[in-house]
Design a binder for this molecule. Structure first.
Ligand code: NAD
Length: 253
């Protein structure tokens, strides 16, 4: 097989929320495949910057709060001024709020929807405009969830946002495939990160989850890097609008 199919040498990837967890592993995975990284974070992700630079790639951070869309033009301007072109966008930043639906507040609804869905859409739109201006095509990878497929419990805005991510992944693929823009998503199963710390701290819930995962373990951040590199690469040129579950078999049960 021609392994150059998976090479990202010289490409530029924007990765949102890459100071920790899945975003950090994704940024490092893309860097190892050859990408320079423009991180979008609320503060400088020192560790990620060191990791990316240690594999010989450039890392630039744009400080931005993705609860609001005002920061988006600056993200694009900075990426183009630093790297001249954008090739890949990974919409990874996301938050979760847990409360019974009967007591769920409007604030917990809006905060989650703004980061997990609204900013994902408008950042994708801005990056797609740049791809079209470059006449280069490009790759957009959204981070979805098991709750793009299932209902979940006590996380109403998270389920709404991640179900929405699956939907707009399809819609944007339909509209932008003609520009050689591939829009796809990855739905992680249960991964050991900050996002799931509360679940793992609950001994009973933790055991129930592990028992239901055919692979018999929580995912580690590194499990996500390969699928992300694949979707960002030429190997995925004819994949449009698909959400790949990386879940240790959770959805297969
Ligand atoms: P995490 O909490 O460790 O990381 C979330 C990232 O998003 C952090 O970098 C954080 O700083 C960033 N972020 C949050 N709000 C932001 C804002 N307003 N502006 C800019 N950045 C912001 O969680 P994680 O598990 O690494 O989650 C990464 C993505 O994966 C999220 O979209 C999450 O929903 C999704 N996901 C995680 C799991 C899991 O099991 N961990 C499962 C399914 C989906």
């Amino acid at each position: 097989m021609n392994m150059d199919l998976f090479s990202l040498t010289g490409k530029t990837a924007i990765v949102t929320g890459c100071n920790t967890g899945l975003g950090q592993a994704i940024a490092l995975g893309l860097a190892k495949a050859g990408c320079n990284i423009l991180g979008v974070n609320r503060s400088l992700p020192v560790e990620t910057q060191q990791q990316v630079e240690a594999v010989g790639r450039k890392f630039v951070n744009v400080e931005a709060d993705l609860t609001k869309t005002e920061c988006i033009p600056h993200i694009i301007e900075r990426a183009v001024s630093e790297f001249k072109h954008i090739d890949i966008l990974v919409n990874n930043a996301g938050i979760i709020r847990r409360e019974d639906a009967i007591n769920f507040t409007e604030e917990d609804w809006d905060d989650v929807m703004n980061v997990n869905l609204k900013s994902v859409f408008f950042l994708s739109q801005a990056v797609a405009k740049q791809f079209i201006a470059q006449n280069s095509g490009g790759k957009i990878i959204n981070i979805a969830s098991m709750l793009s497929f299932q209902g979940g419990i006590r996380v109403p805005s998270y389920t709404a946002s991640k179900s929405g991510v699956l939907g707009i992944t399809r819609l944007l693929a339909n509209e932008w495939a003609k520009y050689n823009i591939n829009v796809n998503a990855i739905a992680p199963g249960y991964f050991a990160t900050n996002n799931t710390a509360a679940l793992r701290a609950d001994e009973k819930r933790n055991q129930e989850i592990v028992d239901r995962i055919p692979a018999g373990r929580w995912g580690t951040s590194d499990d996500l890097a390969g699928p992300c590199v694949f979707l960002a690469s030429e190997a995925a040129n004819y994949i449009h609008g698909y959400t790949i579950a990386v879940d240790g078999g959770w959805l297969a049960r």
